[in-house]
Write a protein that binds this ligand. Structure first.
Ligand code: NAP
Length: 452
């Protein structure tokens, strides 16, 4: 497995892969460790996660540098990601016990109740774009619920995968409660097929989701899928335009645009399109692209060369189909996986920028004439992850938010994940939920006990 610095296109290090025998042995050890882990108390698990949170905070600089080096995230965003992982540890350390408390249900029985018990070994197939956060978002609630975890991370972030495993060990978690498998995607099926594995969660692209879901179906394992998105960012005529423009830049440019919940389709009332576009262009043209370790840089490289090819193809095909190039639309002349921040105007149905997920720094502006048309365009997508609506009328915002077919809608704010709120999608954005009480209940046996 190769770790390649995308800012320099340079090999950092190669890591050996686990053999089939090693994988089977790790699964076996993880399963065995689950027998005692599930009997531990919430207080004990919470104490370990609080310790892990402390280690994340005290080792933030080293862990952030590792992420930035392996996948090109700008260093400030790496810092924020590590902080967020620590927050998730503290959050579930405090709340998991109450979230999974027995529920008494009144029936004709002398006592009937619902209890929440761990499923066992949970296998996570994770992406590279938030190499720490995606893993913690799965691991913290799963382990707090009494499960044990196996990670197969994306092949381009092996250093992060091993660093996370190491953090669990150093924080004092019992051996094999959380283990990393160094395997390619071709070995995912045999892990899911292993009778000692009880459930699988995948965050990634549609094709990967489809494969993993089919394996889960074949071996009858519970699955959660967090897939792609093409979130709408609707700007209505009564929006605070200055703020909507400013937040749009963050909402699209986070992680160089490589975020499932980045705003991707900017659906703007036609009377504001010109002002919105010129406001955006002014900020975007001043963004500095370059070395992601330089704190004054806002745009780093994409994570791999093929991702630059993908975004470039989507931009060129959209331009060929009639989109208007406001700025960018090219690879800057510098070494590394860079793509210039790009604004496409006049985006219409039929163009890749309208239908596909654009996983890079590209704004697609779609003009609409009414609020009804805005909602209809927002829903005209194979995806259903998040979205934003900008209006000064908060009642109108809430009413419209209910009409958008996604797992989340933010009014006058950018879509973001928050341990207190459930996160996930509908349509081709996947199924199941992470975070909050809904997330921790995905991987538990919701068990009825009835006493006559
Ligand atoms: P990806 O290529 O689908 O990879 C994700 C993970 O799946 C990796 O570990 C990958 O392993 C594995 N994988 C790929 N193909 C597989 C297959 N056929 N069978 C089993 N496993 C397979 O996605 P990515 O490029 O890393 O991430 C980008 C995608 O993730 C975007 O679409 C983005 O929107 C989505 N995403 C969604 C969320 C969410 O919460 N909804 C969050 C972040 C990202 P290898 O690396 O070894 O191929």
């Amino acid at each position: 497995m190769k770790s390649i610095n995308p800012a320099l296109n340079q090999l950092i290090r190669e890591y050996p892969e686990h053999s089939q025998e090693e994988v089977a042995a790790i699964v076996e050890r993880t399963s065995r460790s689950g027998i005692s882990w599930r009997k531990t108390s919430f207080a004990y698990r919470g104490e370990l996660f609080r310790r892990l949170a402390g280690m994340l905070r005290s080792d933030k600089e080293r862990l952030s540098r590792l992420m930035t080096e392996e996948m090109g995230k700008i260093i400030m965003e790496s810092h924020a990601e590590i902080e967020k992982c620590a927050l998730a540890c503290d959050f579930y350390a405090e709340h998991a016990g109450s979230m999974l408390q027995d529920e008494i249900v009144e029936t004709e029985a002398s006592r009937s109740l619902v209890v929440f018990q761990p499923l066992g070994v949970i296998f996570a197939v994770m992406p590279w774009n938030f190499p720490f956060w995606q893993v913690f978002r799965f691991a913290v609630p799963s382990l707090m619920a009494g499960n044990v975890g196996l990670l197969k991370h994306a092949s381009n972030v092996p250093g992060c995968a091993l660093a996370i495993e190491d953090l669990f060990i150093k924080a004092g978690f019992p051996d094999n409660v959380f283990s990393t498998l160094m395997i390619p995607s071709s070995m995912v099926e045999e892990v899911i097929a292993n009778p000692l594995v009880h459930a699988v969660t995948l965050t990634g692209s549609g094709p990967a989701g489809s494969s993993v879901a089919s394996f889960a179906a074949r071996y009858i394992k519970k699955a959660v899928l967090e897939l792609g998105g093409s979130d709408a960012y609707i700007v209505l005529e009564d929006a605070d335009l200055e703020k909507a423009v400013r937040v749009a830049v963050n909402a699209r440019m986070i992680n160089q645009g490589q975020s499932c919940i980045a705003a991707k389709r900017f659906i703007v009332i036609e009377t504001l399109v010109e002002e919105f576009t010129s406001g955006l262009e002014k900020i975007v043209s001043e963004l500095k692209t370059g070395n992601p370790f330089d704190p004054s840089i806002q745009i780093g490289p994409l994570a791999r060369p093929d991702l630059v090819d993908d975004i470039d193809r989507q931009v060129r095909e959209s331009l060929d189909a009639g989109a208007k190039l406001v700025c960018g639309g090219k690879r800057p002349k510098m070494t590394g996986c860079y793509y210039a921040p790009t604004i496409l105007g006049n985006v219409k149905k039929g163009m890749p920028a309208y239908h596909e997920e654009t996983f890079g720094p590209v704004f697609s502006i779609i003009s609409v004439t009414s609020e009804e048309e805005a909602i209809s365009v927002a829903n005209d997508s194979q995806f259903g992850l998040g979205g934003s609506i900008w209006t000064r009328d908060l009642e109108r915002g809430e009413k419209l938010a209910r009409q958008i077919d996604t797992g989340a809608v933010f009014v006058n704010g950018m879509t973001k994940s928050d341990p207190r709120l459930p996160f996930g999608g509908v349509k081709k954005s996947g199924y199941g939920r992470e975070l909050a009480a809904y997330g921790i209940k995905e991987f538990v046996n919701i068990k009825t006990i009835w006493i006559g």
